[in-house]
Design a binder for this molecule. Structure first.
Ligand code: MOS
Length: 786
């Protein structure tokens, strides 16, 4: 058997193969920006009067407060709520990718015993016009969201075109198989390579800077094209909605979503329902990762069916139907890097072409990350969008950064090879203390320490720079590294706190907990701010009737809701102090809000711990046995600082030289993300991100048969994700990073940074092991053999 590995190709500096794409340029949008007005208009600064809370819980490795409910099954998910008189649904999906429905014959389905109704675009209840109703908080500006059963138009294979309702789910599913659909087909395109030439330019997030000729003039150049395939969301929990008909046009919607109030506005908009008449509930989410930022079609189908039948309806997608929702867009990215012989960058070019549907212009800014991360006087960016006959692409963990940083960091590794420079040393020579887009310094950036601590934990200084030089028996060993970067975002949020004299507090907010640990960090922050034991805090979330929250996404909820809790707890403390000061001979007479904290059931002076009043006494004196405060918190970017999280990833792979099997045997991820609220859930977040990064590098790929425009591997047997056997040693390091600017609590969020950089670190390790550079993800063994 011959070795699959070819020797490293000679480094070429061929830079003239393709024209530079001329895209429109614009200022200042961030990679994850453009999520609509609620998130960009950050008006008033949070004015926290918090004195430093006693951090008894914040920062500790506190186990999930909802952990027991989750593992015992007490936690209820959208498809599990027991409701009376429930009808079950099965969705009929289109078998063509583009065209019109000529007819739908469901007469045979109706003959099946137990079938209640079949709804199609012809006989459904009224819906608002596509262009008129509320889009949703995460919808792109251009286009209108997909609506199931809206009209006869087919826009993608697997599109829901009818819903069969029955007394039992099995009955509905069988009857759905009897529905006959006649189509008028039109030609479709689902292949990015074919659609690429028709892609149109988007406004780029960053202005070009410097002299466009710098790349050609650079001493050492690298140019490469990097491909990322479509990846589909595969959370454990299937998309599900249970909707009860509460009479009089009232609905209760149990939905799998990252934003209950977003879904509530969306459903009200489509069916023209009063906002008081729709309540959306989502206390637990079995994984979402961006798939639940936008309302999905099952919630429309379930609501529509409940309105039609005037009874409760449950819609649960099949795993196969999960592949007819949004996906991480396929993309082609071209990177040019030009450097001086000493390893400083002269020029960066990043051109991205990503995909969306025919009906919405969804995109994020892949090129942003190249634009901000490394010092280079000269840089230019273009972004094009290609329309395919598929559903609209959507956010998936670290949207735009997982993919954009992959291309940048794989290219940086190639540049390091061309420079004969250690890849970590190259990053240090290009290090920037300022956001290269705006020129602003960072509120904090401890990436240097990530590099240092990560390298030390990994043993990077023992790396032999030659590819194919390190071995372990029959395996080639490769070590690679990459940088990760994400935004530290915050969004306006409202929190209510109700404190009772018996020392119990209820903290409520309409945010979600998409599995990130939001219940737990909310309880930790509230316990410390109120001076109560963790067990005395009751968290209410995931209900649209609770105080305002945006969708949980973008890694912004931990910072937002924690600071929101601080604001509201300040108001509680102020009220308590007011009562305490009015007590006769009050030991807190003259104290201001800043002088006191709540600790151990008391209002205590920070200057003299002997000056204290018990909370119960203060409330009794104030004539209250329960006090309630509800406060909105907004955040202001001072306009003088960039706010980002960073990481350094070090990866070891072992590649079987005969067969080409790749194992990721070690990963070290060193993360700088401000204050860490919970060492345990934070570790889990980053570890989960690393595992997914392995999937991006090695496993995940949606395969489409372009003749039919249909996903061929719409199941988790043939769509590969990492499993336990793929996961070996993952070490997560949190680097200290105090940040007094980003927000009063100094929190930056961790939901996404864990995945960013991981695909490149693994790809770079595979090159180091084998001497073979594979730029197309996922890196499968057949590509190593080519
Ligand atoms: Mo995240 S991709 O904003 O859920």
């Amino acid at each position: 058997m011959t070795s699959f590995v070819t020797p490293p190709p000679p480094q070429t500096n061929d830079v003239s193969r393709r024209e530079v794409l001329q895209g429109a340029v614009g200022a200042g949008a961030l990679g994850y920006g453009g999520m609509g007005a609620p998130f960009s208009a950050l008006a008033d600064e949070q004015k926290s009067q918090a004195s430093t809370p006693m951090t008894r819980y914040i920062g500790t490795a506190t186990s999930r407060v909802d952990g027991r409910d989750k593992v015992t099954g007490a936690a209820k998910y959208a498809g599990e709520f027991k409701v009376p008189n429930l009808a079950y649904a099965s969705i009929v999906s289109s078998t063509i990718a583009k065209g019109r429905i000529v007819s739908i014959d469901f007469s045979e389905a109706m003959k099946v015993g137990g079938v209640i109704a079949v709804l199609t675009h012809k006989n459904r209840p009224a819906m608002a016009d596509n262009d008129k109703a509320y889009k949703d908080d995460v919808a792109p500006d251009e286009g209108s969201p997909f609506r199931p059963l809206y009209d006869d138009k087919i826009m993608f294979d697997g599109q829901p075109i009818a819903i069969v309702l029955a007394d039992e789910w099995e009955t509905a599913r069988f009857a759905a198989s009897l529905v006959r659909v006649e189509y008028r087909k039109e030609a479709h395109v689902t292949d990015l390579e074919r659609a690429r030439k028709d892609a149109f330019a988007l406004e780029a997030p960053a202005k070009p800077r410097g002299d466009a000729r710098a790349f050609a003039a650079a001493a050492v150049r690298h140019e490469g094209e990097y491909f990322v395939p479509i990846e589909h969301h595969n959370p454990m929990e299937l998309y599900a909605s249970t909707v009860t008909w509460d009479g009089d046009g009232k609905l209760t919607v149990y939905d799998k979503t990252q934003g209950v109030q977003n879904v509530q506005r969306y459903v009200c908009g489509i069916f023209d329902l009063k906002s008081d008449n729709v309540r959306v509930i989502s206390p637990f989410v079995g994984g979402a990762f961006g798939s639940g930022l936008r309302p999905q079609y099952q919630v429309v189908l379930a609501s529509l069916s409940a309105l039609a039948l005037k009874r409760a309806v449950r819609v649960v997608l099949t795993r196969q139907q999960m592949y007819s929702l949004g996906y991480r867009p396929a993309m082609i990215q071209r990177i040019e890097l030009g450097a001086k012989a000493n390893g400083t960058l002269d020029a960066i070019t990043h051109d991205a072409t990503t995909v969306t549907s025919q009906y919405e212009d969804f995109h994020r800014h892949e090129t942003t990350w190249s634009a901000l991360l490394y010092k280079s006087d000269t840089a230019k960016y273009t972004h094009k969008l290609a329309r395919l006959d598929l559903p609209t692409s959507c956010d998936m963990r670290g949207p735009s950064a997982t993919t954009g940083v992959y291309a940048l960091e794989a290219a940086m590794d190639e540049l390091a090879v061309a420079l004969k420079l250690d890849p970590l040393e190259l990053r240090l020579r290009c290090y920037s203390d300022r956001d290269q887009i705006t020129g602003l310094p960072f509120s904090s950036k401890n990436l240097r320490e990530c590099y240092r601590q990560g390298a030390e934990a990994f043993g990077w200084n023992k790396r032999n720079p030659e590819p194919r030089a390190m071995r372990d028996g029959g395996d080639l060993v490769g070590w690679g590294m990459a940088t990760g970067v994400w935004e530290a975002l915050q969004v306006p949020i409202t929190v209510r706190v109700a404190l009772t004299a018996n020392g119990h507090a209820q903290v409520s907010c309409a945010t979600s907990d998409i599995g990130t640990g939001t219940y737990t960090i909310m309880a930790q922050v509230a316990a410390d701010m109120l001076g109560l034991p963790l067990e005395s805090i009751d968290i209410k979330l995931g209900d649209s009737t609770l105080p305002q929250s945006p969708v949980e996404g973008g890694s912004w909820i931990a910072a937002s809701v924690s600071n929101g809790i601080v604001t509201t707890c300040d108001a509680v403390r102020e009220q308590l102090l007011g009562f305490a000061k009015k007590m006769p001979n009050s030991p807190l007479a003259g104290a201001t809000l800043k002088d006191v904290v709540l600790a151990d059931g008391k209002i205590v002076s920070t200057k003299d711990a002997n000056r204290a009043v018990s909370i119960a006494d203060a409330m009794r004196h104030g004539g209250m046995d329960r006090i309630e405060q509800e406060k909105a918190t907004t955040f202001k970017n001072d306009g003088k600082h960039a706010q980002n999280t960073h990481s350094a990833i070090f990866a070891e792979v072992k590649v079987d030289e005969q067969i080409g099997v790749i194992r990721v045997t070690r990963i070290v991820s060193a993360v700088a993300a401000g204050r860490i609220l919970n060492a345990k859930t934070a570790h889990s977040q980053v570890m989960g991100g690393v595992v997914w990064g392995m999937g991006v590098a090695l496993h995940e790929e949606t395969l489409i048969d372009h003749n039919f425009g249909r996903v061929m591997n719409a199941n988790i047997a043939e769509y590969h994700v990492p499993v336990n056997a793929d996961v070996h040693d993952i070490k997560v390091i949190f680097v200290d990073e105090q940040d007094d600017i980003v927000n009063p609590m100094g929190i930056k969020g961790l939901g996404e940074i864990g995945i960013v950089g991981v695909p490149a670190a693994i790809a770079n390790a595979i090159y180091h092991a084998t001497g073979k550079r594979v730029r197309d993800l996922p890196i499968t063994l057949d590509k190593l053999r080519r």
